[in-house]
Design a protein around this ligand. Structure first.
Ligand code: GLN
Length: 195
């Protein structure tokens, strides 16, 4: 089984840990650089507030090492704010984040009225899954090596680029474990190729 690091600076990291535990996957929290040195087969970047997470990643000197690990192939799963941190471009914001994924993103894309909502939609390779959106972004565009995995109302809400998986919604908030299992599969494959 893979061991998954969960970025635990801010946001909904505990819910991811619970989800992983429920499918028998070990995880540990990354709160500082020393945690990041531990062996791992994947990383989850949770939802929360991407601007706060970015500041903490910079202050704690985690931004560069995490970016390098992702560029070297470490599997990463970003939900919501995590998706924003992985995007190479965010509409109207001209600064770098982790910026490893060929997606262009709109933050807070659903406006005030529809800030939070739940729906169900098809997720490629998995089937219909529940999707909970909380002041969520959506993906304006995938390009390069990124591909869309799910759309809601014509907007891309999940994508993959090799080792990188992102969802605009929060799969850790529903009882459905299939997307976490899908990510655990990506991490297992990577671990098998590396050990
Ligand atoms: N609105 C948040 C941001 O822009 C993301 C919301 C979330 O992660 N649930 O970072």
């Amino acid at each position: 089984h893979p061991t998954i690091a969960v970025l635990a600076l801010q946001g909904a990291f505990v819910e991811h840990e619970k989800m992983l535990r429920s499918i028998g996957i070990d995880s540990f929290e990354v709160r500082q650089l020393a945690d990041w040195q531990r062996p791992k087969d994947g990383l989850i970047i949770p939802g929360g507030e991407s601007t706060v997470q970015l500041k903490l990643l910079r202050d704690l000197r985690l931004l560069e090492p995490i970016r390098e690990a992702i560029e070297s192939g470490l599997p990463v799963f970003g939900t919501c704010a995590g998706l924003i941190l992985l995007a190479k471009s965010v509409e109207g914001e001209d600064f770098d984040r982790l910026s490893t994924m060929d997606i262009d993103v709109r933050r807070n894309a659903y406006g005030r009225q529809l800030g939070s909502f739940s729906t169900e939609a098809d997720f490629r390779g998995i089937g219909r899954v529940p999707m909970t959106f909380i002041r969520a972004p959506y993906i304006n565009k995938v390009y390069g090596r990124a591909e869309s995995l799910a759309t809601v109302d014509g907007h891309i809400v999940a994508a993959r680029q090799h080792n990188q998986l992102v969802t605009a919604f929060h799969p850790e908030l529903n009882g459905d474990t299939r997307i976490h299992e899908f990510f655990a599969g990506i991490a297992t494959n990577w671990a098998n190729g590396h050990r």
